[in-house]
Design a protein around this ligand. Structure first.
Ligand code: ADP
Length: 398
């Protein structure tokens, strides 16, 4: 079966067509500037290793999906003969709230529940829903599956997901920790168990998804028991431009003392903070490392704050699970930045966590643990699209 994976944003749409017999990407691409001037599709035929860019007006996501289908069946750049070769479509959906603890086949009832989740993710869920509706129209009869960033975290117990606010705010507004990057945490924790040749039910794993946005999860026996992002992706570790956890009273202080609006504080905490806000240099770890090497103290401080915040979550989640068997690093920073991995686990030898500098320099799926370390430290490249496709196939094939 070939599965089309769709990640629809407000003015963009990313796609991959995956051959599930081999778990291989056949084609992938991106539609940009949907609904605005300069719409274009960038399409890659993976087997031929060809990339094409076509500029064509796309007034909405329906037009974008049409363009994707055209590209996929195109004689020169396509990978399939007709749309009939698409067995199902898997959609990334950011927020599934408490309604979705697993991926699911989309029907009228599910769409109603998706609409109910919109207030929790007003920027992300509406384009996800538009993407689903566009596919339903253009590919009638092809099963559509929703895969939620929040679903994997729905196994957290109340003591982990509740905030100590008055209880009626939870009942009325569903204010609680949801967690994000769930598809990635699920994928790499499953891959870690496979790699170690163990049943996931026997393992306590801490997954560190470190990218522009970062989150850490405690995965006990294959189930998420805690995660660092919260009601929104702002919480947890220091990130590229997000603060991560801090005293929430800073918000009221900024409003009262600086006269900032709620919207301004929101922008400050999400877009102008994190390692970018501290360093004043960049949110990209390559730039920060280069600046720190040239003696920029604030770049070094930003990096140190990041390392420290991740290290603390590793300690906290080891305590939460009563031990840890494996630490997994993934995403842009986790997969590529050996120095950051080393700095995070530095000093954790007392917990049995230590990495080998030579192994740490390798790329791909690799065990970087030092000889004799009782905890395995692994690097596992994430693949959210493949996880979406695997879930889609599982549901469609029953
Ligand atoms: P997103 O959260 O946007 O999906 P990614 O997971 O792609 O982000 O991570 C992007 C970040 O990964 C970049 O901002 C950069 O800090 C980091 N990164 C990517 N490659 C490297 C590298 N070779 N060395 C250090 N950091 C890297």
């Amino acid at each position: 079966m070939n599965i089309l994976v769709i990640n629809a944003g407000s003015s963009s749409l990313k796609y991959q067509l995956i051959d599930m017999t081999k778990h291989e990407v056949m084609a992938k691409g991106l539609c940009e500037r949907i609904g605005i001037e300069g719409s274009n599709i960038q399409h890659t035929n993976v087997a031929k290793d060809t990339k094409t860019k076509i500029e064509k007006p796309m007034k909405d996501h329906g037009d974008a999906i049409q363009m994707v289908i055209h590209a996929l069946v195109d004689e020169e750049h396509g990978v399939i003969k007709s749309m009939d070769e698409i067995g199902a479509v898997g959609h990334r959906v950011v927020h599934g709230a408490e309604s979705f603890a697993d991926s699911c086949i989309i029907d009228a009832k599910v769409k109603e529940a998706l609409e109910m989740c919109v207030p929790l993710a007003p920027l992300h869920n509406p384009p996800n829903i538009i993407g689903i509706e566009a596919c339903e129209k253009i590919m009638p009869g092809v099963p559509q599956v929703g895969v939620f960033d929040t679903a994997f975290h729905q196994t957290m117990p109340p003591k982990a997901f509740m905030y100590a606010l008055p209880y009626d705010l939870y009942e009325k507004d569903r204010i609680r920790k949801y967690g994000f990057h769930g598809t990635s945490h699920k994928y790499v924790s499953q891959k870690a168990a496979e790699f170690l040749g163990k049943d996931i039910s026997e393992l306590k794993i801490i997954t560190c998804h470190l990218g522009n946005g970062s989150s850490i999860s405690a995965v006990d026996g294959g189930k998420c028991v805690d995660t660092s992002m919260g009601f929104t992706p702002l919480d947890g570790v220091v990130m590229g431009t997000r603060t991560g956890s801090m005293d929430p009273a800073v918000v009221t202080y900024l409003i009262n003392k600086e006269g900032m609006s709620g919207e301004e504080v929101d922008k400050l905490m999400n877009k102008q903070s994190g390692v970018f806000g501290i360093s004043g240099v960049s949110s990209d770890f390559r730039d920060l490392t280069a600046a720190a090497a040239e003696g920029n103290d604030r770049a070094q401080l930003a990096l140190d704050m990041f390392f420290y915040s991740v290290k603390k979550f590793i300690g906290a989640y080891t305590a939460a699970m009563g031990g840890v068997d494996a630490i997994v690093f993934t995403a842009g920073i986790g997969e590529n930045d050996a120095r950051t991995r080393a700095a995070i686990v530095d000093g954790l030898e007392f917990m049995g966590i230590a990495i080998d500098p030579e192994k740490n320099a390798a790329r791909g799926t690799v065990d970087i643990s030092a000889d004799g370390a009782s905890v395995k430290t692994l690097v596992i490249p994430t693949n959210e699209e493949l996880m979406i496709a695997i879930d889609t196939q599982r549901l469609v094939e029953g």
